[in-house]
Design a protein around this ligand. Structure first.
Ligand code: ADP
Length: 259
């Protein structure tokens, strides 16, 4: 389908997945992958069968964040078996190439790699497949929006104007291709000093909520700027898994309940 047409339901990918949810952002570095992996693990903690596809071919973060390395196996000689971390099925280009090898690919290669990571992977029956998209509104995002029957997209932004501007572009892109916006997450929403408890709004505050209101889409929640969130996700055991009772983990669990 061309832009403006709905994704064809039941695209020929042979997936047994009830809902595919894309996690997107306008800009890089706003915490999209951190949100995607914590959201996937929050959904799994709620008893769902969850997969996480890292669709960021050029800069895959999910292997690091899931604490997984090595190569996926092909038990039947055809389809790749996803890696398993903390109860979630995971696939990423990062499992197929060395960590420091750059993917020097043009758009069509990226598109076919994405289709293979969906169709040639034995995802098994899933309730939810979370797709961590690369930042922006390019080839990979369009492929996912048009070739895959997405249930919707979660938009992650930090609160400052420069990030929100690009978040609005991401919202408009999904609207153009008729993918519902499940809501907006404000990441790095504020910082509380661990010593004195003083709250600082480093990147301003509330912009993502205002953006959600303006576009009449749900606001899914605020995640603080917090060194523990970085340490746990970059260290391979996201906070939802490593500190499930913490306020930060609860914030992700609430987002999981709202999507
Ligand atoms: P993106 O996917 O948008 O490029 P990442 O999720 O890779 O961003 O996050 C970029 C960096 O910021 C990572 O080191 C990550 O651990 C860190 N980070 C993300 N969200 C937070 C947060 N709420 N608090 C602290 N660090 C964060």
């Amino acid at each position: 389908p061309s832009p403006g047409q709905p994704a064809s339901p039941g695209a020929p990918l042979g997936l047994d997945v009830k809902a595919i949810i894309a996690v997107a952002s306008g800009k890089g570095g706003v915490g999209k992958s951190t949100t995607a992996i914590n959201l996937a693990m929050a959904l799994a903690a709620g008893g769902r069968r969850v997969g996480l596809l890292d669709a960021d071919i050029y800069g895959p973060s999910i292997p690091r964040m899931s604490g997984m390395s090595g190569r996926p196996s092909t038990p039947d000689g055809k389809r790749l078996r996803p890696m398993q971390a903390h109860g979630v099925n995971i696939m990423s280009m990062g499992f197929l190439v060395d960590e420091e090898t750059p993917m020097i690919w043009r758009g069509p290669m990226v598109q076919s790699a994405l289709q293979q990571m969906l169709g040639d992977v034995d995802w098994g029956p899933l309730d939810v497949l979370v797709v961590d998209l690369p930042p922006g509104t390019g080839d990979a995002q369009l492929t996912m929006a048009q070739r895959v029957p997405l249930a919707g997209a979660v938009i992650v932004s930090t609160p400052q104007d420069i990030a929100l501007l690009d978040a609005r572009k991401a919202i408009n892109m999904f609207r153009k291709v008729n993918v519902p916006i499940l809501g907006v997450v404000e990441n790095m929403s504020y910082f509380c000093c661990p010593n004195c408890g003083h709250r600082t709004e480093i990147f301003a505050h509330g912009g993502a909520r205002a953006c959600a209101k303006r576009y009449e889409v749900p606001f899914l929640g605020e995640i603080p700027l917090d060194p523990v969130i970085r340490e746990t996700s970059d260290g391979g055991t996201p906070i939802v898994v490593s500190q499930p009772g913490s306020p930060q983990a609860l914030a992700y669990l609430e987002i999981g309940q709202r999507v």
